[in-house]
Design a protein around this ligand. Structure first.
Ligand code: NAD
Length: 340
């Protein structure tokens, strides 16, 4: 009998809709793996707002240790209070494990009618610097200061990751998105670095767009973009904009990738407005799991899971409310399992 390959995965179900979409994801990954001789050992941890309220601990030390050992994690969304309270655990984990590349593929699903059919672009968002460094002070009660940190190292390595990806995946263009007309030093350094990397990779066409123009261009003609390379904050905003092009936040997956480990998670947040109601679309986390399967070298299982998701969309009978259907989270998950 062929040997089963077992992968140890750290799992954070997260807050809001997180546990609901995570349950669907775990079942689908197990089923896809089983078909091709892979098994999964899930090391699950409570972390985030609910864990903080329940146990007074935001990120348990064992979670850090588990990611250090397993090197691969997948997480549901975690909530972060607005305008005060604790800092984002996502930002903390990206910094802790130096997960510098946030890779977010935005691809239309078959059968889903949207204003822009046939979208296929990838966002490479720098994931450790920029205003997300969280270096803020109240200078006095009426002046708040937030430091924007951009480094040569951070800008160069995300540009190298974007160009490497473009070359290995048949992509033709990289657009570096910035606001260097205003932030001449910080964004100026970012585009200086991305241009230097472009000059070493001349087989890929290189363009620069100012971020406000890029927003307009994405709505007018998103097809001109192939790989979007950008800083942390612009990347976050552009990701949600691009999600809207293909049918919403329920669909777009993501990976936070560093030198030694990776954490996979959807673009969307904890969606408190629909949490606990069997309404969440698990597609974004399922497609994040597809990225994880490929990262683990389980390419057959990854391809099979992606095909099963696409089959459910092509049939169009069991879709969640956010994309015009009337199925629940669990029913959608069962349809994916049946398609597998
Ligand atoms: P959100 O992404 O949670 O929700 C925005 C809108 O999209 C809501 O209407 C929601 O119902 C919808 N939506 C999101 N995911 C969906 C899904 N899978 N299926 C169907 N509809 C979905 O953004 P928000 O409301 O601005 O943020 C809520 C919380 O999530 C905040 O605390 C924020 O800090 C957190 N957040 C976490 C992450 C993360 O963990 N990676 C990312 C973004 C936001």
């Amino acid at each position: 009998m062929a040997e089963v390959r077992t992968h140890k995965i750290t799992l954070v179900p997260g807050d809001g809709i997180g546990p609901e979409v995570s349950a669907v994801m775990v079942a689908a990954v197990e089923a896809a793996g089983k078909k091709f001789g892979a098994a999964f050992e899930w090391h699950s941890f409570e972390a985030g707002a609910d864990a903080h309220a329940k146990n007074g601990v935001l990120i348990p030390e064992e979670l850090y240790k588990s990611i250090e050992t397993n090197k691969v994690a997948i997480k549901g969304p975690t909530a972060t209070p607005i305008g005060g309270g604790f800092s984002s655990i996502n930002v903390a984990m990206r910094k802790k494990f130096d997960l510098y590349a946030n890779v977010r593929p935005v691809k239309s699903l078959p059968g889903l009618e949207t204003k822009y059919p046939g979208i296929d672009l990838v966002i490479f968002r720098e994931n450790t610097e920029d205003l997300y460094a969280g270096l803020e002070v109240m200078v006095n009660p009426d002046i708040a200061q937030s430091l924007k940190i951009i480094t040569r190292k951070g800008s160069t390595r995300i540009a190298e990751a974007a160009f490497e990806y473009a070359k290995n995946n048949g992509r033709k263009k990289v657009h570096s998105i910035h606001k260097a007309n205003i932030m001449k030093m910080s964004d100026g350094l970012f585009i200086k670095c991305t241009k230097e990397v472009a000059e070493k990779n001349t087989e890929i066409a290189y363009f620069e767009h100012i971020v406000d123009n890029a927003c307009m261009q994405l709505v007018m003609n998103p097809y001109q973009y192939d790989v979007i390379l950008t800083e942390n904050l612009y990347g976050d905003i552009l990701s949600d904009l691009c999600s809207g092009l293909i049918g919403g936040l329920g669909l777009v997956p993501g990976a936070n990738i560093g030198k030694d480990c990776a954490i996979f998670e959807a673009v969307h947040g904890s969606a408190p407005d629909i949490a606990g109601q069997d309404k969440a679309n698990p597609t974004a986390l399922l497609q994040s799991a597809v990225m994880m399967l490929h990262y683990l070298g389980e390419n057959e299982a990854g391809t099979a899971l992606q095909s099963a998701i696409e089959k459910v969309y092509a049939e169009g009978k069991t879709l969640t409310g956010d994309v015009g259907g009337n199925a629940g989270t669990k029913a959608f998950g069962e349809a994916v399992l049946a398609a597998l």
